[in-house]
Design a protein around this ligand. Structure first.
Ligand code: SF4
Length: 345
């Protein structure tokens, strides 16, 4: 648990650190040297950074907190998924999920403690919004996974919280994740998932944030969507489609459309046909991920039958959509999509 009064080192991009450390030490390369120790060699103790003078090492240790938080609890699923509970300095708790798929590992990070978006199918929503995570708290989730397990192949902002409601801290974390002199992930390996905060989506593209975007749609019309996702009253179903239509995509970039299939709610044939019709105008720009609903005790919703899930997948393909069924990992430890909440890890 981090209790330090000093700012965390992981809150700063390389450009910011260059400025701060040049003012302090008058040495241009100091920040690059320290980034190398931290993000390449994973050496977090300034005392061991032997190419830096002893005096400067002491000053650095006084200036910044270099500690990486440790898990309060780790739960392991039968499928190899790990659900990691962290307790933050102010006692708030968040979860990170590290999951395998074939040979690739994905870390699912949280961007907020709790979430205020109130999606009806999501357990995190029952916690309500507690606070935004700092850039450092996002970076530390990734660092802890690297230190305790291995370097992930993919990073998804699909844990607790709505990442675009914590835009500045999330974008800064992404800058650190992709920087060659920091963690050096490719923009294609990072995905930010949003409920559809339209102005922030546009800003995300205007600023060319180096990450993929997923939009959690979950309905084939405004009526069902506004029932499942209250945010839809502000940013409507139609508005989302219109936004996707006009986003300036990179070469070969697609927007991921996430659709949680819930029995007798949004998974009937009528919804399937309606969705196909609504998404026709953006077919070339999207990939649809069907996510069979992950049940949890307090939820009134149920997962549809395999027959229904397969029908959706088949029909979308017949209609020339790129579509996959994403079976969540770690469902037995409540580590699947929409199952995160810290009261009962
Ligand atoms: S699905 Fe995402 S945005 Fe919606 S309540 Fe859950 S964590 Fe928040």
């Amino acid at each position: 648990m981090q209790r330090s009064q000093q700012p965390s080192f992981f809150d700063f991009t390389l450009d910011e650190m260059r400025k701060i450390l040049f003012e302090k030490f008058q040495k241009k390369f100091r920040a690059d040297q320290i980034f190398d120790w931290i993000y390449k060699k994973f050496e977090f103790n300034p005392a061991n950074m032997h190419n830096i003078s002893l005096a400067d090492r002491t000053t650095l240790a006084e200036m910044f907190d270099f500690s990486v938080f440790k898990p309060t609890l780790v739960k392991e699923s039968q499928d190899g998924t790990k659900k990691i509970l962290f307790t933050l300095a102010d006692k708030k708790q968040i979860e990170t999920v590290f999951m395998p798929s074939n040979d690739r590992w994905t870390v699912c990070v949280s961007s907020q403690a709790g979430c205020g978006m109130g999606c009806k199918f999501c357990k995190t929503a029952t916690m309500g919004f507690q606070r935004n995570l700092s850039t450092s708290e996002i970076i530390q989730q990734v660092l802890r996974v690297i230190l305790d397990f291995k370097r992930p192949d993919n990073i998804v902002f699909m844990g607790m919280g709505e990442p675009l409601a914590n835009y500045d801290n999330v974008v800064k974390a992404i800058q650190i994740l992709v920087h060659q002199k920091a963690l050096n992930f490719s923009w294609r390996s990072i995905t930010v998932s949003t409920v559809g905060l339209e102005p922030k989506i546009r800003l995300f593209f205007e600023e060319k944030v180096p990450a993929q975007l997923a939009i959690s749609l979950n309905a084939s019309n405004q009526q069902v969507r506004s029932f499942l996702m209250p945010v839809s009253n502000k940013f409507s179903f139609e508005k989302i489609i219109e936004t996707v239509k006009n986003l300036p995509l990179r070469r070969r970039q697609k927007i991921f459309i996430e659709y949680v299939l819930i029995d007798e709610m949004n998974a009937d044939d009528i919804h399937l046909n309606e969705l196909i019709e609504a998404l026709k105008v953006v077919r070339e720009r999207i990939k649809i991920n069907l996510i069979p609903f992950n049940e949890f005790a307090e939820s009134e919703f149920r997962r549809p039958s395999l027959k229904i899930i397969n029908r959706w997948h088949k029909k979308l393909k017949e209609n020339r959509f790129i579509s996959t069924v994403r079976w969540s990992k770690g469902v037995d430890i409540l580590g699947g999509c929409g199952q995160l909440a810290t009261k009962r890890i």
